[in-house]
Design a protein around this ligand. Structure first.
Ligand code: AGP
Length: 634
């Protein structure tokens, strides 16, 4: 988490840094800060100006508007607290004792306690509780030593001091360093955290994510792990950890990085819920155009051998992406007949299942930067490669919304869900894009492995083509219905969501959405599981929201809902309108569609209900407390 941005150029750095930070605020918004280097007239030696503010970026902006931060070189940071409270002293940049070296960092320095103890023994006093603060102190120590050893060129000194310091760090980092003595040198480095360099005319920007480059440049170069780069107004030099110069050509950002605005909507989340019909429309155009052959019904570019050789699938993901993966696994198993298992990426890394042959590992992450998911994929790839047996070789597929992300660079096969930039921290349209991608994969596996007849495949494809319009109508209707209903639940403390089969993950997703943005305690259960314990929670104060779609478990879910009603629970149904659904106190109706397709629709009223409850509670829907859009720490 955390966003870093750094700049060296010829314009006032603070304005560009703040603009970059604004685009990275989704990575954390506990506090923000920046530091610049400038020189007094006639002097070559510079001085550092460091400004930090607690809370949202706007507070930093106000501070700079009054105090200023002069200089053409600078580093900036927007924080998601890991070590130490989100206050000014823990905000980045962090500086050494004499405020000559300033550092911003994203990631976690795992051995910071040992490093801090050593520095404290040498008499260095720390001002923050962060893991980061060891870095400027270590660089400063190294600079003093290098000077004593007779190194005189300042640029070389800083480069060597940073390199030596990096050798001491364990864990993950993307960092940027400035030194008062080198007013036009910026050093950046990374290991297991993203960092990309942007190239413009006489100006170079470096950021956690390419979104910070919008309006600045489209020419980029991502740094590799353990590389460091030296940026001056004259150019960029990249080195490996041994100091060997690396030569790579920058590339152009794929697609358009439009600066997204809320438009007529009060929140990005509501806008993004509305955009789901467009997400589906785009997906159909790209992956399900008319005229595809029955043997390749989805426009995915993998060779036939890719599908044929796979006997089982394991999917690694976190949060909402994991819920999409659960729907995906249901489709892959029940529709395409391929044994599929979903893992919490964070658990998989430390307790993977025994290796099986011919397994496809799918990593699902909308941001493409989730550290748990990336690390789990690397671990799986390494343990498979070590076997040196073709049957066990590592086949990996990534599903992401960020084609420029670390995931896309890490795996050999990638599917871009193409939902467009999602700003709200609560994932909505990217969830839909992930779901659709799993429909595509399941249909292709079913066709290639001949697990379903052409008629069945054609049927599900036809149903998918109807989804964009169904979504359009559903969103419009349910925005009104849920806004009204939400008033009743503004002071509710607990909510239970029930689903079964392919809609059980939707119950989980609904509970996660409500928790994230309204801070109301919510749980999702498979409806049949209530009687085994959770039913004890029910009374008139706990609403039960039940997803009951036509299909094999329809009657069962209705019976489970009856059981809840008998305990005085207020019952809300997400179901097609019929005499059977009259048992619900409130019905949020969805069209009668096949059970396969239903998750694409049932999720809509649930997203909207969460949104309206949170909005009625007056909460910051787009940037809920304690969260960040991209979780780049383990
Ligand atoms: C979604 O609303 C959440 N913000 C969160 O659970 C998210 O899905 C999770 O952190 C995984 O993110 P990713 O898809 O970028 O990997």
């Amino acid at each position: 988490m955390c966003g870093i941005v750094a700049l060296v150029g010829s314009r006032e750095a603070s304005t560009i840094l703040v603009e970059g930070l604004r685009k990275l605020e989704y990575r954390g918004y506990d506090s923000a800060g920046l530091a610049t280097v400038s020189t007094h007239k006639g002097s070559k030696k510079g001085f550092i100006t460091c400004k930090k503010a607690e809370g949202k970026l706007v507070n930093l902006l106000n501070l700079i508007a009054t105090d200023g931060a002069p200089g053409h070189i600078g580093i900036g940071h927007t924080r998601w607290a890991t070590h130490g409270k989100p206050d000014v002293k823990n905000a980045h940049p962090h500086v050494d004792t004499l405020s000559q070296v300033a550092v911003v960092q994203n990631g976690i320095i795992e051995n910071h306690t040992v490093l801090r103890d050593n520095l404290q023994k040498q008499g260095i006093q720390f001002c923050s509780e962060t893991d980061t603060e060891v870095i400027p102190h270590l660089i400063s120590e190294a600079l003093i030593r290098l000077q004593e050893e007779g190194v005189t060129a300042k640029e070389e000194m800083l480069f060597l001091a940073v390199r030596e310091t990096l050798d001491l760090l364990q864990g993950s980092y993307a960092l940027a360093v400035i030194w008062a003595e080198t007013p036009d040198v910026l050093i950046v480095a990374k290991n297991k955290a993203p960092l990309v360099i942007g190239f413009a005319q006489g100006e170079f920007l470096c950021a956690s994510d390419t979104s910070a480059f919008a309006g600045f440049t489209r020419t980029i170069l991502p740094l590799e792990d353990r590389e460091l780069a030296l940026l001056t107004p004259l150019g960029v030099e990249i080195y490996d950890s041994l100091g060997k110069r690396q030569h790579r050509t920058p590339s152009l950002i794929v697609g358009s990085e439009k600066d997204v605005e809320k438009g007529q909507f009060r929140h990005f989340m509501l806008k993004e819920i509305y955009e789901q019909s467009e997400t589906a429309d785009q997906w159909i155009r790209r992956f399900l155009p008319n005229g595809l052959s029955p043997s390749s019904p989805i426009a995915l570019s993998f060779e036939d051998s890719f599908y044929e050789s796979i006997e089982a699938i394991q999917i690694l993901a976190c949060g909402t992406s994991r819920h999409a993966a659960m729907v995906g696994a249901h489709l892959l198993e029940q529709f395409a007949g391929i044994p599929s298992t979903v893992f919490f990426a964070s658990e998989f890394r430390y307790a993977p299942p025994p290796l099986a042959p011919n397994v496809l590992t799918i990593g699902v992450t909308q941001s493409g930067e989730t550290a748990d998911t990336l690390a789990a994929l690397i671990m799986e790839s390494e343990r498979r490669s070590s076997l040196k047996n073709n049957l066990f070789s590592s086949r990996q597929l990534g599903i992401t919304n960020r084609i420029e992300s670390s995931l896309a660079r890490q795996v050999s096969n990638i599917i871009d869900i193409g939902a467009g930039l999602e700003v709200g921290v609560a994932a909505t349209k990217t969830f839909l894009g992930q779901l659709l991608t799993f429909y595509g994969l399941a249909i292709m596996f079913a066709a290639k492995k001949k697990r379903r007849s052409s008629k069945e495949i054609n049927e599900i494809c036809c149903q998918l083509r109807l989804v964009p319009n169904q979504l359009r109508d559903l969103i419009k209707t349910h925005n009104k219905l849920t806004e009204k209903l939400a008033h009743q639940f503004v002071n509710t403390k607990d909510v239970i969501f029930l689903g079964r089969g392919i809609n059980y993950p939707i119950a989980l997703e609904a509970a996660l959405k409500l928790k994230e943005i309204s801070y109301i305690h919510a749980e999702g259960f498979p409806a049949g599981e209530m009687k085994h314990g959770p039913i004890a929670l029910l009374d008139y104060k706990v609403p039960v929201i039940s997803i009951a779609t036509q299909g094999v478990v329809f009657e069962k879910v209705l019976s489970n809902a009856q059981e809840a009603k008998a305990r005085d629970a207020c019952l809300i149904g997400i179901a097609p309108e019929s005499s059977e659904t009259e048992i619900f106190d409130h019905l949020l109706p969805i069209p009668k569609v096949s059970e396969w397709i239903s998750p694409l629709l049932t999720v809509i009223p649930l997203q909207l209900l969460s949104y309206h409850i949170a909005a009625h509670r007056g909460l910051d829907v787009d940037q809920p407390r304690n969260l960040a859009k991209s979780v780049t720490v383990e």
